[in-house]
Design a protein around this ligand. Structure first.
Ligand SMILES: [Zn+2]
Length: 227
């Protein structure tokens, strides 16, 4: 797995289309490190941690979840340290865990072919709640660098969390700039509200779940096009 350095203290792993694996973010503090999103499965987490170890980076003490979608959250059961999610994300995770328990894992696999590919080895699907649940905002001090977790209106889901690292001017937006799964339709009012929210950040680099980092200036065009 390829790890890309965005700034002095921020890295991310490359996304993959085949198994719908999103980019996973990493912020290195002096005292502890934060990951952004847990990934699609335990295998995804393992590969991310191997890439971190290869770079000599400590494993994250906390993993922030940008939204409940499987490809971002279903690796949570195998992360190092703790996880943090907003209250809606946590509820969606629990609801989906109930659905899988009562109706079977096939219900999950049928959502998208990329999910069957991710779990082709027969690894179990394990869905767990977050260790730390917050309402609207959670501020973190990693030592020498901070991270601000904030919920926002998004055309993708109604449980989006943004992660901003002000010292590095890096903003992780998860899939918030996309449309709704699986039609990818985008509510224009929600997209407009999100654009206003994102433009208010003093961010130089913006990273979304399934693409390369881009600049604040590119944001309006990307939000208009991004499926
Ligand atoms: Zn998503």
């Amino acid at each position: 797995m390829e790890l890309i350095r965005l700034s002095e203290r921020v890295w991310y792993s490359m996304f993959e289309e085949e198994r719908d694996r999103p980019c996973l973010g990493y912020i290195k503090g002096d005292r502890w490190s934060l990951a952004v999103d847990a990934g699609h499965s335990a295998a995804h987490v393992r590969e991310f941690y191997e890439a971190l170890e290869k770079e000599g980076l400590p494993l994250p003490a906390l993993t922030a979840i940008t939204h409940w979608h499987w490809d971002h959250a279903f690796g949570m059961h195998s992360i190092a340290g703790l996880s943090a999610a907003n209250v809606r994300t946590n509820q969606y995770l629990m609801d989906f865990a109930d659905l899988v328990r009562t109706e079977g894992v096939q219900k999950f696999f049928d959502l998208d072919p990329s999910i069957r590919k991710e779990y082709a080895s027969g690894e179990p699907v394990v869905i767990v709640p977050a260790d730390i649940v917050f309402d609207d905002r959670l501020d973190l001090d990693l030592g020498g660098v901070t991270a601000q977790l904030s919920t926002c209106i998004s055309p993708h889901t109604d449980d989006s969390t943004l992660v901003f690292v002000p010292e590095e001017k890096v903003l992780f937006v998860g899939d918030s700039i996309g449309g709704v799964f699986p039609s990818w339709e985008k509510d224009p009012e929600k997209a407009e509200a999100l654009l206003r929210t994102l433009m208010a950040y003093d961010a130089e680099q913006i990273l979304h779940g399934h693409g390369l980092a881009f600049s604040r200036e590119e944001l309006p065009g990307i939000l208009a096009d991004e499926a």
